[in-house]
Design a protein around this ligand. Structure first.
Ligand code: GUN
Length: 301
């Protein structure tokens, strides 16, 4: 039987509808809405398009949203000053600095200067620590891993006691998702293995996985024969492998491929995410949820 496709675009729609309802209820009861500021330094076209989508989504949910575009040559001190201004702004509950930053700015210094209680990306060391401790300590799970966990939860795939194999050990996907899935609690409680570039016999590890999460950034890395029949395969890879002209718009668009050979893998897996349209669309929904939760923490509701 072919795998069930986990459609991130559809799941995102459901989550955004839930958030919209909650925003309306909080507004009616407390007279406040979540506030999100997105700071973009320079005009990198890809960053500009990501930021516009985040701001548009926030607006569509009834959030207060600020798109704060700063010139490419803004000084580090000025950027830090801006972060302090938003830290003190009572109407802002989420602060996001779009990465990458220009080379004259120390990215680590900037991320560490974001108020951890408004750090909706979940990149601040305090939030990384909270995530590792788990349970009620967790405030802002990073958005891509949170999206992965939500997709698994909504697919109905059992995580308790499941063998999870995570391919890749990045700070934004591999390490956090491994930590999240090994915690006690629903949607977690799994036995987690993280494999990486120095792992011997990648195939043997993957073949054990009830849930295989691949975030390596290598197109087609995971071969169909590495997949356990019936497994849940989450492909986080978004690799540009070429360009084509869209038949509908006539514009040149990137050809995207995941880290898994989707066509063949979907004949073996029980559940699988496509690329594009799988994990990608979930990330923004989780950013909105983190911003809403930030307001809820403040209101203690
Ligand atoms: N650049 C690419 N992805 C992200 C993200 O998730 N957060 C931030 N802040 N910058 C990014």
């Amino acid at each position: 039987m072919p795998a069930i496709i986990l459609n991130g675009t559809e799941i995102r729609k459901e989550i955004l509808a839930e958030i919209r309802q909650e925003v309306e209820a909080i507004k009616a009861a407390h007279g406040v809405v979540p506030g999100l500021v997105t700071i973009l330094v320079g005009s990198n076209p890809a960053s500009l398009s990501y930021v516009s989508l985040k701001v548009k989504t926030a607006h569509s949910l009834g959030f207060k949203e600020i798109q704060d575009n700063q010139p490419e040559d803004i000084s580090e001190a000025a950027l830090l000053g801006l972060l302090d201004q938003y830290r003190r702004d009572e109407t802002i509950h989420g602060i996001l600095v779009q990465l990458p930053l220009p080379p004259h700015i120390d990215e680590k210094l900037v991320l560490n200067a974001i108020d951890p209680d408004k750090d909706v990306d979940g990149f601040h060391p305090v939030n990384v620590g909270r995530l590792v401790i788990g349970g009620s300590e967790v405030k802002f799970p990073p958005c891509t891993p949170a999206g992965i966990q939500e997709m698994i939860r909504r697919s109905g795939v059992e995580t308790r006691g499941a063998e999870v194999v995570v391919v890749g050990r990045s700070n934004i996907v591999g390490k956090p998702i491994a930590n999240m899935l090994l915690q006690k609690g629903s949607g977690a409680n799994a036995t987690v293995t993280v494999v990486h570039t120095a792992t011997r016999n990648l195939a043997a590890h993957c073949q054990r996985a009830d849930i295989l999460i691949v975030a390596a950034g290598v197109p087609g890395l995971v071969k169909p024969e590495w997949i356990k029949p019936g497994a849940c395969v989450i492909d986080v890879g978004v690799n540009r492998v070429g360009e084509t002209v869209s038949p509908t718009t006539g514009k040149t668009v990137a050809i995207l491929r995941g880290d898994v050979d989707f066509e063949e893998a979907s004949k073996i897996a029980g559940f699988i995410t496509p690329v594009p349209g799988g994990v990608g669309p979930m990330t923004i929904a989780m950013l909105m949820r983190n911003t809403l939760n930030s307001l809820k923490f403040k209101l203690q509701i």
